[in-house]
Design a protein around this ligand. Structure first.
Ligand code: DAH
Length: 339
């Protein structure tokens, strides 16, 4: 009898099952009323009294082993099954948080799109520049205050390597390498040595536009400005030009638009004037054309430059310039629905 018990124990060790049905078969084979283990219990009656204790213990142990084995196989199977079931294909997917474009990118692309409808194409230039492209070619006198250390970031000790302070540098780069007609729009980052505050930053973004051809006149500039202002801020927008001075344009002007917050009636944003300044512009100075290899007796042109932050502030009323570079998601997420 002990031998039978031991051989059954060994047999139980080796059992495996691939399905619930197989487990059930094994249960019947070993543990049902006519199963192998139960039959041994029937034989127990014939065991001599002096062996009953040891054999009884061995039998009980065998029954426990068989029960545990069969339960174990059943659990293994249901675990394996629930593993595949945990992928519920009918579940609604978790909502993916939608990313948003940076407000400066949104506005930059809108400016590009407006000018591209007038035939302007994008041109880009380096942010690390030389004196010639940022200042000298653009008619800045040697002692012009804009070259001052307080404004310009110079790289290394070499005063000829600097971070561009405006995107006008792209004008001279393009004119050096091409002949009119030139119609370009140049977006990019610029740097100035300013203390960071709500109203100033050491880097910001500009868009420069340049049009050079035969017979380009101030009227062309004015019409382009009006088109831009009304496309950007709405068809009701008015523009006004004030005389100004830039080394690279003659005559030069600054453009105001009617305040788009109060419609020109006067509010705290426009300091109760009804107008807000948005860009600088003018007819390209003949000295600049000549310095860049374009014959100023044959060609004329206009240029304009604006700060993207300024336009963005007007469109979205961002009060603090620092918001643009802090990457605060609460701020950026406000532009999710903007196109
Ligand atoms: N470069 C000027 C600035 O940074 C902006 C500017 C003014 C650009 C007049 C122009 C222009 O092309 O004609 O303030």
């Amino acid at each position: 009898m002990i031998d039978k018990i031991n051989s059954l124990k060994a047999e139980l060790e080796t059992l495996t099952a691939k399905s619930e049905a197989e487990v059930e078969e094994l249960r019947i084979k070993y543990l049902s009323k006519k199963g192998a283990v139960s039959l041994l219990f029937n034989d127990f009656r014939t065991v001599p009294a002096d062996q009953k204790k040891t054999i009884g213990q061995a039998l009980n142990e065998l029954k426990n082993i068989a029960t545990e084995k069969i339960n174990g196989l059943r659990e293994q199977l249901s675990e394996a099954e629930s593993g595949t079931e945990s992928i519920d294909l009918t579940r609604t997917p978790a909502i993916m948080p939608l990313g948003s474009r940076h407000p400066l990118s949104i506005v930059r692309d809108e400016i590009i799109s407006i000018f591209s409808r007038l035939g302007f194409t994008v041109a880009e230039g380096p942010e690390i520049e030389d004196d010639w492209h940022v200042f000298s070619s653009l008619n800045f006198a040697a002692d012009h205050p804009a070259r001052d250390m307080q404004d310009t970031f110079f790289i290394q000790r070499n005063p000829d390597v600097l971070l561009r302070t405006h995107t006008s540098s792209v004008q001279s780069r393009v004119m050096e390498h091409s002949q009119p007609p030139i119609r370009i729009i140049c977006p990019g980052r610029v740097y100035r040595n300013e203390a960071i505050s709500a109203r100033a930053h050491c880097f910001f973004h500009q868009v420069e536009a340049l049009y050079v051809d035969k017979n380009v006149s101030f009227a062309d500039l004015k019409q382009t400005l009006l088109y831009f202002a009304q496309e950007m801020f709405g068809p009701e927008t008015k523009i006004r030009l004030r005389p100004s001075y830039f080394p690279f344009t003659e005559p030069s002007a600054e453009m105001d638009i009617s305040c788009n917050l109060c419609g020109g009636k006067g509010c705290s944003f426009c300091k109760h004037t009804g107008w807000v300044e948005i860009l600088g512009c003018g007819m390209v100075d003949p000295n600049v054309l000549d310095a860049c290899g374009i014959d100023s007796k044959v060609y004329s042109g206009f240029a304009l430059g604006m700060g993207i932050e300024r336009i963005t502030n007007l469109k979205y009323q961002v009060k603090d310039l620092r918001m643009f570079s802090e990457n605060d998601r609460r701020f950026l997420e406000e532009f999710q629905s903007a196109h």
